[in-house]
Ligand binder design. Structure first.
Ligand code: CP
Length: 310
């Protein structure tokens, strides 16, 4: 049996039963969220601190909602007005929060590995809410839950992850999770936006959308992360959309039942056309957001109640 996790730092290295445990518990929270019957005494007396050193809408709000729906005390640390601006280091900040006996520390940081570093220094369970270009594990879990609910499972599916794979922590976490759970993963994008030696991650690489989307069950689009590009890697947004933006013509290459996904935030008209993003028959982008709350409730619950954190 896979051991209980103390922290959630990455999908890489997780066993399928550990992934399934998060998804199965999240599934039960979906129904409780919809009926407003969440167990508000579940994490009573526990404290969750959200530390977001990078911008976020979905992840930060859903961790806050998840904590509150389970009855935890939730603090959103405002990094912009914190002593970080007076030069306090990440580790000193974490040590300060640790001294306040917090139980769960959710961190998003521009540096890959920052959550893992914190996890060595604090007693709280550390949850990676996205670190640099490394991983975004709860995003991959919510994506998997969305796919599993729509298509009945993950085993044997073909998933195309398209666009700016090079800078995407979402892509990396999804590649590890989907591969572990028996899906085949393709990455599709211009050569400048595919990591060197991507095949070593066990994926098939395509530079042409028609070939890459041929017959796939899921089309997962990624945001073009201009803020992480140190040089021009695409000629222009307009040209990028022409070759790599998902529109109805390109989507026609996927299987007729294929789901359209995007982790958000979306750049409409750059990586995805509004007609596709808003198509209620194909797009599950809003459902991904709903699953985000359920998955984060499951993560908080399992990390709080596992033997490692009692
Ligand atoms: N998908 C995602 O991480 O979105 P936010 O940046 O809004 O949290």
């Amino acid at each position: 049996m896979a051991p209980p996790q103390k922290h959630l730092l990455a999908i890489e290295g997780m066993y399928p039963p550990q992934i399934a445990a998060y998804l199965d518990l999240a599934e039960s929270f979906v129904l409780l969220n919809r009926t407003g019957k969440t167990p508000r005494d579940r994490l009573r007396g526990r404290t969750l601190i959200n530390m977001f050193f990078e911008d976020s809408t979905r992840t930060r709000v859903s961790f806050e909602l998840a904590g509150k729906r389970l009855g935890a005390d939730v603090i959103n640390m405002s990094v912009a007005t914190s002593s970080v601006n007076k030069g306090e280091t990440l580790l000193d900040t974490a040590a300060t929060l640790n001294a306040m006996n917090c139980d769960l520390l959710v961190i998003r940081h521009a540096s890959s590995g920052a959550p893992a570093l914190l996890a060595q220094k604090v007693e709280a369970a550390v949850i990676n809410a996205g670190d640099g270009t490394h991983e975004h594990p709860t995003q991959a879990l919510l994506d998997a839950l969305t796919i599993r609910r729509r298509l009945g499972g993950l085993q044997g599916l073909t998933v195309a992850i398209c666009g700016d794979v090079l800078h995407s922590r979402v892509a990396r976490s999804n590649i590890f999770l989907l591969s572990a759970m028996g899906s085949r993963v393709r990455v599709v994008g211009p050569p400048t936006l595919i990591p060197p030696a991507a095949e070593r991650l066990g994926v098939e690489v395509f530079h042409d959308m028609a070939a890459g989307l041929d017959g796939v069950d899921v089309v997962m689009m990624l945001r073009l992360q201009q803020e992480r590009m140190t040089r021009g890697l695409v000629p222009s947004a307009r040209e990028y959309f022409r070759f790599y933006g998902l529109d109805e013509a390109k989507l026609a290459h996927a299987a007729p039942h294929a789901l359209v996904m995007h982790p958000g935030p979306m750049n409409r008209g750059v990586e995805i056309a509004s007609t596709v993003a808003d198509d209620p028959l194909r797009s599950v982008i809003r459902e991904q957001v709903e699953m985000g709350v359920a998955v984060r409730m499951a993560v908080l619950d399992l990390l709080s109640t596992s033997g490692a954190n009692q």
